[in-house]
Design a protein around this ligand. Sequence first.
Ligand SMILES: NC(=O)c1ccc[n+]([C@@H]2O[C@H](COP(=O)([O-])OP(=O)(O)OC[C@H]3O[C@@H](n4cnc5c(N)ncnc54)[C@H](O)[C@@H]3O)[C@@H](O)[C@H]2O)c1
Length: 314
Amino acid sequence: MVQRRNRFAIIGVAGFVARRHLDAIKHVGGELIAALDIRDSVGILDNYSHETEFFIDPEIFAEYLESHYGEIDYVSICTPNYLHEQHCRLACTHGANVICEKPLALDSTGVDRLQQLELETGQRIYPVLQLRYHPQIIKMKAMLEKMILSSKDIPLEVNVTYVSRRGPWYAASWKGNPLLSGGIVLNLGIHMFDILYWLFGPPKPEKDAFQVDPDFASDRVSGLIEFPYARVRWFLSTRYNDLPLDVRSRGQYAYRSFEINHQPIADYSLDYSGLHNTVYDEIVSGRGLKVEDARLAFDCISRIYEAAARTHVA
Ligand SMILES: NC(=O)c1ccc[n+]([C@@H]2O[C@H](COP(=O)([O-])OP(=O)(O)OC[C@H]3O[C@@H](n4cnc5c(N)ncnc54)[C@H](O)[C@@H]3O)[C@@H](O)[C@H]2O)c1
């Protein structure tokens, strides 16, 4: 018997990250049956299918979902962060599962509501946290588990750097508006903080386990987090001047690294856009991450803001 292909719809198809989802849908042999964007610059669709229905009006798209109730397996959400909850609701209440870009919501109460939505509708919401599938990070996790088990050099001294240069467009776009994106700590930091929790588990419960450096800015933040087995100094920036000189001279725009006890352990600066394929492979194989997995980074980020408020830096 020929198995039916998974059917997908996508919201936010004209944006930057949508291409990775379109590639991943193709990669898993999915059929893209519908797409929505409030902008009409969507010629990219022809690279994937000439059959995809395209909608520019969200209300007409909602009517389409209504008339195709339960016929779409997954809706991929690639819209700005502040719309994720709303679009998850639209998809789940029309009988589709969701593959949602990071961050799932703007805060942990949004995560609660999405879990409630899963319970009410019986649909699944899969967060995109693709760094958990990065080969260097998986290798580092195995190495850390051995180090922690042997209690060698505990607490580990860890330095995490995440510099991803952005041009002036960033501040002018929704990404530069903390009310729409969650600001640099959420929008950019979510990958880094998710990996820290995944590697080290929950941080120490004491308030001062979180510290934020006083030069907190909208494009550059740093601080310290104490985990039972590691003291992590973290640094997040979108400034060109924060890229190491050798990275700049190679013309690269990102520097993302982990150092443990002053030794470079993982450098994942190079393009990892192919990891969306792995995210989709996992989901259509019945695995995939849960909403609960995404909650970890939200806990971290709210404690960072508490620390910043305590020290009056944000
Ligand atoms: N996983 C990653 O590494 C990664 C990388 C980049 C972006 N992202 C995330 O992906 C999402 C999209 O980011 P982006 O860089 O593609 O942004 P973008 O601004 O380039 O694209 C967003 C798209 O959504 C569309 N849109 C806005 N409002 C809409 C609405 N009401 N209905 C339908 N479409 C609407 C816009 O027209 C635009 O085409 C964000 O959540 C972002 O945080 C994740």
